[in-house]
Design a protein around this ligand. Structure first.
Ligand SMILES: C[S@@+](CC[C@H](N)C(=O)[O-])C[C@H]1O[C@@H](n2cnc3c(N)ncnc32)[C@H](O)[C@@H]1O
Length: 376
């Protein structure tokens, strides 16, 4: 029983390539990145591995089928042709949700009910029953219709994969864990990195980098919807969790140091680091960027300063960028990675970035400004 699944992993825009590389490193075959998603193939073990280990994907979906439809009849027939009995048993609940963009079929409620009817029709003839109680485990069916191309998927993750299980509480403007992880990947984290975040908030960057430095899988402490799916062998989850646990590197020389002006953020960072199992590596204390002194060691700063439109007014945010430019010295061995939506960031900070990369923090278009070439 080593069935292969075609999988779709949606990602934030801008980090598809990073997610694809990670899936290749995990051992996936036929990995392709597209706009906002990665396509990949793997067996049940790999499906569990993707959920437990992916730092960058938003969720893992099984691609049940793709076809084009411009009428409800075509939609019904296309859905009915797919092998739903491969996944859905007589008892399973299977709610349908989805979206439509630039397509003839645009009414979501109508598409939802037609898809549901078509699946029921297919399963009724396979199972020889006409009524489904749907009292068993839930398999969420998702559909997208983009330019009349319909994709039918089954969600294997449940809660989004950015929910690692360590952040029960957050501050006002937390960075999504998947985005923080992508920033850490771009900045390169090693087992002996000394990382600083002078605007640490709830500690997302510090914690994601500590997870990376110790090769601790982000999903080790959470549950996934597919753990209740009958078509997957129950031991895949145990095996993959053990594998992920065995991969953890203990006692690395890594440290992550955070500061925040707000005492409650410092407490939050420390509590979240503990929940994530990386408290040994994460320190945090109260500190104003005005008093930040670049430590005299090889270091990496990755930070997400306040955005004008969300926490402070734009002028106050700009003032912080200016202070950062003065405080982040250019001595050898210092690297700075700052995410900001401000187009004039480099001007206010005081020097042009060595490289920049477009990233999205939710709906906010940002850039990661990267300073890594030593000037002195
Ligand atoms: C956008 S949030 C950082 C969120 C963080 N990346 C996370 O994921 O939770 C910016 C943080 O900067 C802090 N802050 C604001 N002004 C500051 C200052 N002058 N010095 C240090 N921290 C400051 C705020 O308290 C807030 O927690």
């Amino acid at each position: 029983m080593d069935e292969k699944y075609n999988l779709i992993a949606p990602t934030l825009f801008g980090i598809e390539g990073i997610a694809a590389d990670e899936f290749r490193r995990m051992g996936f075959e036929n990995v392709t990145s597209q706009n906002g998603r990665v396509l990949l193939e793997g067996n049940g073990n790999m499906l569990a591995r993707a959920n437990i280990c992916s730092r960058f994907a938003e969720r893992i979906l099984i691609n049940v089928g793709v076809f084009s439809a411009t009428s409800f009849t075509e939609l019904f027939d296309g859905v009915k042709k797919l092998e739903w009995e491969r996944y859905i048993g007589k008892e399973n609940a299977f709610p349908v949700t989805g979206s439509s963009i630039n397509s003839v079929l645009y009414s979501i409620p109508d598409c939802q009910s037609i898809i549901k009817k078509a699946i029921v029709d297919r399963l009724s003839s396979k199972y020889k029953i006409s009524w489904f109680e749907e009292t068993g485990a839930e398999l969420r069916i998702r559909f997208t219709i983009i330019k009349d191309e319909v994709t039918l998927m089954i969600d294997t993750s449940g809660e989004g994969l950015h929910k690692r299980g360590y952040r029960k509480h957050s501050n006002d403007a937390p960075l999504k864990e998947t985005l923080a992880a992508a920033m850490c990947d771009l900045a390169r984290i090693y087992p002996d990195t000394k990382l600083y975040d002078p605007f640490c908030g709830s500690g997302t960057i510090l914690i994601e980098s500590a997870l990376m430095a110790t090769k601790r899988a982000p999903g080790l402490n959470r549950y996934f919807a597919a753990e209740r799916f009958d078509f997957l062998a129950p031991n895949v989850w145990r095996l993959e969790r053990t594998r992920a646990q065995d991969n953890i590197i203990h006692n690395v020389d890594f440290k992550a140091v955070g500061f925040d002006i707000d005492e409650s953020c410092v407490e939050l960072t420390l509590a979240n680091a503990k929940k994530a199992g990386v408290e040994k590596y994460v320190k945090a204390s109260i500190g104003d960027i005005k008093n930040f002194k670049t430590p005299d060691e090889r270091l990496l700063v990755i930070t997400n300063p306040p955005y004008g439109e969300r926490l402070l007014d734009v002028k106050a945010a700009e003032e912080l960028y200016k202070i950062m430019g003065e405080r982040f010295d250019e001595k050898a061995g210092k690297k700075y990675f700052v995410i900001s939506p401000h187009d004039e960031f480099e001007k206010i900070f005081g020097r042009p970035a060595d490289k920049r990369r477009k990233l999205y923090n939710g709906m906010i278009k940002c850039q990661l400004f990267m300073y890594f070439k030593n000037k002195a």
